[in-house]
Design a binder for this molecule. Structure first.
Ligand code: NAP
Ligand code: MG
Length: 405
């Protein structure tokens, strides 16, 4: 059988623990037999990040900027416990995802994988709801103050020009708490661009919601910047694709989301996104079925699973046990990256292969063959059999071979 050719490589970022094991199996069973895979490989495993003083993470992010598409395995973000587990670590290295996001100036989009046998709690959600959370500022970069006596708080901005703006916040007659938040035009605009880029790539409607009726200036700026970007840069493409950009108040959006059929991208401010992404993830079922795509304002994309390295399973694996770790989100990271590479390089066969890989994976689940984490989530009466990761991947590979030949 002729393997599918690639022209430009994609960036491959390897990772840690159980997901690193799955990574190898996915490549061996589902990708390499079918695709003449071209990647620039970066080993973001913790020990190599340590050996390179984390330079490998920076190199991988810069390669992603250059090549436009990346696929990333889950990685350990070291904490104190990890420092004990890996005594060779010379530093408590920062989260690779944070480093990559900063270099790409990107927004992370989290989307569930949905299928008929695992229905979301909200029964009318037939298609995924993707959440885009703005990852800078607001409450997360706020300064807080607690005061005891009566008095007045003011807010002052001092410009480099020397100009000053001061306003009264409030006069209080007793103990009080205070908070000052900010965001930047640049960050909001980059967020808006990433959202429009991703909506175009997915050919899905984009919703954005905030509370500009109350926060007229603050949330008003978010609303205005989204509108400006839409009108000047993306409207024509949206219209050509038949997709819509829709702004509504956050409370109205919440009500509409619950009643929607899904199949849309919902952009949210930092705090709203923090809360709503957990709500959506829980309603769709499982962390193991959540994918994540980091999108830069100019359309560079890095695909990954939302979950971590599944440490508990890795320690069972090290003891020689077979684990039933769910590889779906990591498979979809690969298929997403291959589809994107295919679109950018105009290689319809590569794009079609990415789609076929997704179909074969979904059909395997629909045939009742699944990892054990999903057994408790299937619809009543659905006959399912729990298998280990390897058997699950072999079943997908078998289906893929049958569709390919
Ligand atoms: P985790 O790896 O997501 O796993 C938490 C638990 O969720 C697992 O023990 C497992 O539950 C279940 N689970 C998650 N993914 C699964 C899958 N694919 N199949 C089956 N079950 C799955 O989170 P964690 O244990 O908090 O973090 C482990 C490491 O991952 C940490 O070092 C953290 O820094 C890192 N991390 C990396 C990323 C990233 O690279 N994007 C994201 C998050 C965390 P059961 O044990 O009950 O089976
Ligand atoms: Mg949260």
């Amino acid at each position: 059988m002729e393997k599918i050719k690639m022209t430009t490589p994609l960036v491959e970022m390897d990772g840690d623990e159980m997901t690193r094991i799955l990574w190898g199996m996915i490549k061996e069973k589902l990708i390499l037999p079918f695709v003449d895979l071209k990647t620039e490989y970066y080993d973001l495993g913790l020990l190599n990040r340590n050996a390179t003083k984390d330079q490998v993470t920076i190199d991988a992010a810069n390669a992603t900027k250059r090549l436009g598409v990346a696929v990333k395995c889950a990685t350990i973000t070291p904490n104190r416990q990890r420092m004990e587990e890996y005594p060779e670590l010379t530093e408590m290295w920062k989260s690779p995802n944070g480093t990559i996001r900063a270099i790409l100036d990107g927004t992370a989009f989290r989307a569930p994988i949905v299928l008929p046998c695992i229905r979301p709690v909200v029964k009318n959600w037939g298609a995924p709801i993707t959440i885009a959370r703005h990852a800078y500022g607001d409450m997360y970069r706020a300064v807080d103050l607690e005061t005891e006596e009566p008095g007045t708080a003011t807010l002052t901005f001092r410009g480099e020009s020397g100009a000053e703006h001061t306003m009264n916040v409030q006069t209080v007659s007793g103990p009080a708490v205070w908070q000052a938040q900010h965001n930047t035009e640049k960050s909001i605009r980059a967020f808006a661009r990433s959202c429009f880029q991703y909506a175009i790539a997915q050919k899905q409607d984009l919703w954005f919601s905030a509370k500009d009726t109350i926060a007229k200036v603050y949330d008003g700026a978010f609303k205005r910047i989204f509108e400006e970007e839409y009108e000047t840069a993306y409207k024509a493409q949206f219209e050509a694709l038949g997709i819509a950009y829709f702004y509504t108040l956050i409370d109205d959006a919440v009500a509409r989301i619950i009643r929607s059929k899904g199949g849309l991208i919902w952009a949210l401010k930092n705090y709203d996104g923090d809360v709503m992404s957990d709500m959506i993830a829980a309603a769709f079922g499982s962390l193991a079925m959540m994918t994540s795509v980091l999108v830069s304002p100019d359309g560079v994309m890095e695909f990954e699973a939302s979950h971590g390295t599944v440490t508990r399973h890795y320690y069972k694996y090290l003891k020689g046990e077979k684990t039933s770790t769910n590889p779906m989100a990591t498979i979809f990271a690969w298929s997403g990256a291959l589809k994107r590479r295919g679109e950018l390089d105009r290689l319809p066969e590569l794009t079609a292969f990415g789609a076929a890989l997704e179909t074969a994976s979904l059909e395997t689940l629909e045939a009742g063959v699944m990892t054990r984490d999903l057994l408790g989530l299937v619809e009543p009466g659905f006959e399912a059999r729990g298998v280990d990761s390897e058997e699950f991947l072999d079943t997908i590979a078998e289906k893929l071979r049958n569709t390919k030949t």
